[in-house]
Design a binder for this molecule. Structure first.
Ligand code: MRU
Length: 336
């Protein structure tokens, strides 16, 4: 389905009947297209191949995938297994599938449950924006990495939610967006989202952030996360860790913004977080164009972990917390 559109008109993913419909993120910003997944295999493929991406959007897509399986009378354990085998780092995926499975076991209607999961997530991201906005001073210059915007979370974003809110309140902010090799989420998606709301920004090469920090041109960093541990360590897009270390070196506050569905309260040691390693081609080629010589080899970890000691605060729907406080929030943060 080809159509015109923007992320302001539509969520990243939704359901129509038993179809899971999403904005095809691999084609943005050049082509705005919707992708319709009609089977569990298609939903799983859309997550694995990153037609839909960003931990909270992946979680919502998987919740819809479980609802689809229930509507089509498929075996829910098989569907859960297929969906969970797609992207190992994004905790929201496991959170959403387990929640849907639990509800189904007690006779729950997953069409209803997945819709309320999505509505709830959207409301939580809005609250992340409201809490995080208070940390942003007038005229702040903010660095973000990857895309933790509406595309990654259905609406508003996590890292981009406070940025949107600060801009809406007239704070005169400026955003530095890392291009985010190898999948270019910053160059393709974050900049696209910022442009739709006229938020002043500059796209920078992944290796440029240290330069701007050293020259006093970045006041704070806000990123999303794919999984936060009990100790407040945060796995996020590859390259986040080095930005956090650079921020510490330059005395710049470093914030991580997440909904509760990204916090893995069972994960004590960050070394146990499964880090997705994607195909070599993503590194050997630049957006489909091969640059490295034939026969060259590559490694492609999609995420790294920023230890809690580099994180100034974690922005959640319930407020801003120190990393060491996150473990104690299990009950307070509630469930989606
Ligand atoms: O590989 P991606 O594009 O799914 O990675 C996305 C990120 O790293 C985001 O920062 C993270 O999922 C948080 S999204 C609100």
């Amino acid at each position: 389905v080809k159509t015109e559109g923007s992320i302001q008109d539509l969520p990243a993913v939704w359901m129509e009947g038993s179809d899971v419909v999403m904005i095809e993120q691999r084609k943005l910003p050049g082509v705005f297209e919707l992708l319709r997944a009609t089977t569990t295999d298609e939903v799983a493929l859309s997550i694995r191949d990153m037609a839909v991406r960003g931990a909270p959007s992946i979680g919502a897509t998987a919740a819809y995938g479980m609802a689809q399986a229930q509507m089509l009378g498929e075996d829910l354990d098989t569907a859960a297994e297929k969906l969970k085998a797609t992207r190992p780092t994004a905790f929201d995926l496991f959170y959403a599938v387990d929640l849907m499975q639990k509800l189904a076991r007690t006779g729950g209607d997953l069409a209803e449950a997945s819709r309320s999961y999505a509505d709830n997530l959207t409301a939580r991201c809005r609250r992340i924006g409201e809490h995080g906005e208070k940390l942003i001073r007038d005229g702040a210059r903010i660095l973000t990495h990857c895309n933790a915007g509406a595309l990654a979370t259905l609406d508003h974003g996590t890292a981009l939610a406070p940025i949107r809110e600060a801009h809406a309140r007239g704070k005169g902010i400026f955003v530095f967006a890392d291009e985010t090799r190898p999948r270019m989420q910053g160059a393709r998606l974050t900049v696209w989202e910022l442009m739709q709301e006229d938020i002043p920004h500059a796209l920078i090469a992944d290796n440029a952030a240290g330069h701007f920090m050293q020259r006093g041109e970045i006041d704070m960093v806000i990123t999303g996360a794919d999984r936060v541990t009990l100790a407040g360590d945060a796995a996020n897009k590859i390259g986040t860790y080095e930005k956090a270390v650079l921020a510490r070196e330059n005395a710049i506050p470093f914030y991580v913004a997440v909904p509760v569905s990204t916090i893995d309260f069972s994960m004590e040691d960050w070394r146990d977080i499964p880090i997705e390693e994607r195909g070599e081609d993503e590194v050997l080629s630049v957006w489909g164009k091969r640059l490295s010589p034939e026969g060259a080899r590559a490694r492609n970890p999609a995420f790294d972990v920023t230890p809690a000691k580099y994180i100034t605060g974690i922005i959640t729907e319930e407020g801003v917390f120190k990393p060491e406080e996150i473990g104690g929030l299990k009950d307070r943060l509630g469930t989606l």
